[in-house]
Design a protein around this ligand. Sequence first.
Ligand SMILES: *Cc1c(COP(=O)(O)O)cnc(C)c1O
Length: 417
Amino acid sequence: MATDRSSELQRRAEGRIPGGVDSPVRSMRAVGGAPRWIASAQGAWMTDVDGNRYLDFIASWGALLGGHAAESIIAAINAAARRGTSFGASSPGELDLAERIHARMPWVELLRFVNSGTEATMSAVRVARGFTGRNIIIKFAGGYHGHADVFLAQAGSGVATLGLASSAGVPANAVSDTLTVEYNDPGAVEAALQRHPNQVACVIVEPVAGNMGCVPPEPGFLGELRRLTRQHGALLIFDEVMTGFRVAPGGAAELYGVTPDLVTLGKIIGGGLPVGAFGGRGDIMRVLAPLGPVYQAGTLSGNPLAMAAGLAALDAATADVYPVLEQWGAQLAATLRQALPHCQVQRVGSMLTVFFCNHAVRNFSDAQRCDVAAFARFHARLLAAGVMWPPSQFEAAFFGTAHGVAELEIFAKNLPA
Ligand SMILES: *Cc1c(COP(=O)(O)O)cnc(C)c1O
């Protein structure tokens, strides 16, 4: 497989863009190998600048549910672009998408659009702090909520991939009110709440962890978070930037039957364009300006192209899509388990991780005890066989409705034993 053009672009990019990448995991530093520069993509497949084709399991890190360059999304973006790309004033797509999300998550009484998941979570925490008048936030080790300062303590995703405990450039006082406990450990949350009475503004959680690899919530975990936050006057925030409209028509809140106070969304609701959203209980969201004292704003927020793409993406994600994804995922997992009997394959719907270890991964410490060198070899063999797997042990792989029977067969055939 020739990669000369990718390598040449990467070399040039390293002279203009730090590490040659605009998001660190793309550098493939954790697994080695040449980052592939993508020329185009269609459905479940991507083509790099050297003309190599790859069966894609990154799906823009979960942003795509209906595959690349879906006709309906492209048509929606084109039509919206002709009407104007940004107004600096409200346009109907914002209301349409807010209503569409409300229809799927009826407990999201009010919501506001932003431009990324990072913006959504940092805004949700500001709202939680403004509403409760408290400062402390509780997050989980290996949980990733974007790159705002307040979350960069024992974070997952690229922070975990690069083996960083935190980030330079984040002053100690920016994370001094961030408490980190282990995922799937409600006892640790209760202890933290008791140690800081009337000081915890919120608990923020990925209801299915995806950024330490895919780690499902154990039965009762989310329910306990609901009970404990209520008991201690803290808000519960589900960060559904990844799980929202991926694991169920109403997100993880619907799948597990637990309703948070606030939710953050992104990825799928932008149909591949840059979007985030945060919302929830009306009494809480009304602390936002212009109604209340919490400031939050955005020049391009609710961008008409992004709203159009998001509407088309949600239109395509009908209820009958999810059982199909579930079945495809079950077959994918079975194929992987058969080929890799010494690995742990963990999956919820259309997100999945192959952990190179022989223990169940319940939290970040379990994930960190995996054999990342073995994962890197697995990744390299897949890539050479034309399968684009996320280049990190601590990320989930994603698929969508463009992954069909043929793709499953091709994957099984190319899976290294
Ligand atoms: C991707 C992700 C984010 C950050 O979203 P960006 O759009 O990359 O800023 C936040 N939370 C979770 C759970 C995510 O998966």
